[in-house]
Design a protein around this ligand. Structure first.
Ligand SMILES: *Cc1c(COP(=O)(O)O)cnc(C)c1O
Length: 361
């Protein structure tokens, strides 16, 4: 019997590896592997979600008007140029589906987020990897890799799993030198953690071929709710809305995200807490010979002597109930990515890594 054949590219996709969440036989596990907010979402969002239980028989809004208005209000953006999705992952999927297909190229960078490659292949397009310089995206290298076939360039800024950033002037120059047929997607999943940073909104406002994605999964602590959004030219939003399911976001998701974005106190406190404990953790690790690049996110990319040391440290952490992220799949086998936890979490992971270093010495 002939079996149904999937579209080209799909069988080449390596499944996304999420951060582990449990260790066999260990209780009191500390999960620092998925860049989640250690305090969870604001109480206002929890309450709003609970309220929606009354209305679960109702279909949710199809145009997400209230949520887009609130996002527009907080960020100073035109709500008509915003689209909401099931995490920013869905927005990334829409972009590839709408703009890249068989024979087209999608550029991502050496240590770039795994979803870019997956979404490009799912659309039948060819992902093209561009080298980074010292774990930082290089605009020059990206420009050199652009061809007539290039449709989309994905840059996370700040980046995951490196935590590094590309400065405003470099992004501006990249856009200036980019052919019009290429769309630059600035993934701002971690933009909320950077003081006075618009995630690239300024460029997406001005240029029809620049698009910004954002999420409620990181700073707002709502990874489990699955809400993200995108901002770009009206023409692009119109295209993406054609392939978006009319009820892609559930009632609870819309209500939770709305409450979260309106809770500015929560956002400011979460940003400040993260900055404080990130600095503490980076410093504590540096003191015991585990350096990291300056992080602009809610995680630290800890560097070890080599792959063997990184992996044995990870094994040791696991025996102590601490889960961090191996990033060998991102071309960083000598590193471990550690989410910034709360005070107790930061102290615990630093303590265990110190024990490891002392034992190894
Ligand atoms: C976490 C993350 C996302 C967002 O994922 P959601 O689908 O919104 O949960 C997007 N890009 C990067 C680089 C990320 O790390």
């Amino acid at each position: 019997m002939a079996s149904p054949t999937p579209q080209p590219g799909i069988m080449d996709i390596a499944l996304y590896q999420g951060g582990a969440s449990h260790i066999d036989g260990v209780s009191n596990v500390l999960k620092l592997s998925s860049n989640e907010n250690p305090s969870g979402p604001p109480q206002s969002a929890r309450d709003a979600i609970t309220q929606t239980v009354q209305d679960l028989h109702r279909y949710p809004s199809t145009d997400h008007g209230q949520l887009r208005a609130a996002i527009g209000d907080v960020h100073g953006l035109d709500p008509d140029r915003i689209i909401c999705g099931v995490g920013s992952d869905e927005i990334i999927t829409f972009l590839c589906q709408a703009y890249a297909g068989v024979g087209d190229e999608v550029i991502y960078t050496e240590h770039g987020f795994g979803m870019y490659k997956i979404s490009a292949k799912a659309a039948g397009a060819t992902p093209v990897m561009v080298k980074e310089r010292n774990r930082t995206v290089s605009a020059t290298a990206i420009l050199k890799a652009v061809t007539d076939k290039t449709k989309i360039i994905f840059i996370a800024n700040p980046a995951n799993p490196t935590g590094t950033m590309v400065g405003r002037a470099r992004i501006r120059d990249l856009i200036r030198d980019l052919p019009d047929h290429v769309m630059l997607v600035l993934d701002g999943a971690y933009a909320e953690f950077v003081e006075d940073f618009d995630g690239g909104a300024e460029f997406a406002t001005k240029h029809e071929n620049v698009f910004m994605t954002r999420t409620f999964s990181k700073l707002y602590g709502l990874g489990g709710l699955r809400v993200g959004w995108g901002y770009g030219a009206q023409s692009v939003i119109d295209v993406l809305n054609r392939i978006r399911g009319p009820f892609n976001l559930s009632g609870p998701a819309l209500a939770g995200a709305l409450a979260a974005i309106q809770d500015r106190k929560f956002a400011d406190a979460a940003r400040a807490d993260n900055a404080k404990w990130r600095a503490w953790l980076a410093n504590a690790l540096a003191e015991i010979g585990v350096p990291s690049d300056v992080s602009n996110t809610n995680f630290i990319l800890a560097r070890f002597a080599d792959q063997a040391e990184a992996e044995s440290c990870d094994d040791f952490l696991k025996t102590k109930g601490v889960i961090v992220r191996r990033v060998g799949g991102y071309g960083l086998p000598y590193c471990l990515r550690i989410t910034v936890g709360d005070e107790a979490g930061c102290r615990r992971v630093a303590h265990v890594i110190r024990q490891f270093k002392e034992g190894a010495a």
